[in-house]
Ligand binder design. Structure first.
Ligand code: S3P
Length: 174
């Protein structure tokens, strides 16, 4: 049984996954990192070369492979990993799902403060900026909500505080 962290860009999935994994002494993987390492390209370059659909195919293959692993792992997913029904089903079948939640305003501020964003992250619509975050988050919110068994509000919390809030729940389930 894995633990999947889901949520929009900037919600802290990778950092929280690392800290949670070390607290429960499990391995941790990050699906974006696996995609970039195995294809030897940044996500931005994959989007440019293959479009979003090409990236989503790679993402689905990675989630499928992780879901089939037998050793329990903490998984930081990409913000759009919840879009494909096949991914949602695999996550449901193979682990706990935790949604790191925050408002569009807060996420936008976090994304702007992340130095690696421009180099690594493609725009997800023609709009870019705050309206992209607000619109895409609104469209995805029902999917995050539906898939998650546990939701943590991450606003104004450090990653350590988020993990502290999750730890008892995770320990009671695994
Ligand atoms: C995406 C989020 C990114 C990455 C890709 C697409 C999305 O992951 O998978 O750029 O659709 O929200 P992070 O949430 O780790 O930034």
């Amino acid at each position: 049984m894995h633990v999947y962290l889901i949520g929009y860009r900037g919600s802290g999935k990778s950092t929280v996954a690392r800290l949670l994994a070390s607290a429960i002494q499990w391995p941790m993987v990050d699906t974006d990192e696996i995609i970039e390492t195995t294809s030897n390209q940044s996500i931005r370059d994959i989007f440019a070369a293959e479009g979003e659909a090409g990236f989503r195919d790679r993402e689905e293959a990675v989630i499928h492979e992780i879901a089939s692993r037998t050793s329990p792992t903490v998984v930081a997913t990409g913000g759009g990993a919840i879009l494909r029904a096949g991914n949602r089903q695999r996550m449901e079948e193979s682990g706990l799902r935790i949604w790191l939640q925050a408002s569009a305003e807060f996420l936008y501020r976090r994304i702007c403060g992340d130095q690696s964003t421009d180099a690594r992250r493609p725009n997800l619509s023609d709009q870019g900026g705050f309206s992209e975050v607000a619109e895409i988050l609104a469209a995805r919110r029902p999917l995050y909500e539906q898939l998650a068994q546990k939701t943590v509000d991450t606003e104004h919390k450090t990653p350590d505080e988020v993990v502290a809030e999750l730890l008892d729940w995770v320990k009671s389930k695994v």
